[in-house]
Ligand binder design. Structure first.
Ligand SMILES: C[S@@+](CC[C@H](N)C(=O)[O-])C[C@H]1O[C@@H](n2cnc3c(N)ncnc32)[C@H](O)[C@@H]1O
Length: 187
């Protein structure tokens, strides 16, 4: 796994998604070399970079031009640029313009999660997987409600990570904010 500090970062772009969360996303999505992955809200490119090491192709979308530029730098830094397509656009317009895919990771939706999930569902191949990461209660609520209304059975886990930090007398654990991972599989 690529450690967080190995990504080029910028104050005006969120991410990268924490290493331990990226690790869980790789496992939960069961990504393979046959899969086409869409990373919605690619930010710094943390998720794009890890998935591009395994997947056939990653299509990375972000409405912030600085995020697209940063993701471009990070996929080049980690030598995974050949199977990544970058789209600078809002998720809804971008999704309308792309073909079917196998896995959608939604890390940013800007209040459009309901419509994004609807579009993602219509474009997923058989055995497709949808994963939403969220820190807001509203994101979790909309994701669960919408996935259920699409006839899916969403699962949710909340991940609490604490990192060791050396202080004078030893090492103390410092808590990060919890992140929820909401996932569903098309059957
Ligand atoms: C928390 S960051 C994602 C971090 C990323 N997963 C990583 O590992 O670096 C969320 C991103 O979603 C983007 N975003 C939010 N709403 C969006 C939308 N409707 N369409 C496209 N991008 C969006 C933001 O610009 C931001 O860069």
């Amino acid at each position: 796994m690529i450690e967080d500090h190995e990504f080029i970062s910028s104050k005006d772009v969120p991410g990268p998604t924490k290493e331990e969360i990226r690790c869980l996303l790789l496992c939960k999505s069961e990504v393979s070399s046959d899969d086409i992955v869409v990373d919605i809200g690619c930010g710094t490119g943390g998720i794009t970079t890890d998935f591009a090491k395994i997947a056939k192709k990653v299509i990375s979308i972000d409405k912030n031009p600085n995020a697209i530029e940063l993701t471009s730098k990070n996929i080049k830094k980690h030598d995974v640029f050949e199977n990544v397509d970058l789209i600078e656009n809002d998720a809804i317009s971008a999704l309308k313009s792309i073909e079917n895919f196998d896995i959608a990771i939604i890390g940013g939706s800007g209040g459009d999660l309901d419509e994004i999930l609807e579009l993602v569902f219509s474009k997923l191949n058989k055995n497709g997987r949808i994963i939403v990461t969220g820190i807001l209660i509203e994101t979790k609520y909309v994701a669960i409600k919408k996935l259920k209304s699409l006839g899916l059975e969403p699962k949710i886990v909340e991940v609490n990570i604490s990192r060791g930090k050396s202080i004078g007398l030893g090492m103390m654990m410092l808590a990060e904010n919890p992140i929820s991972i909401i996932s569903s599989k098309i059957k």
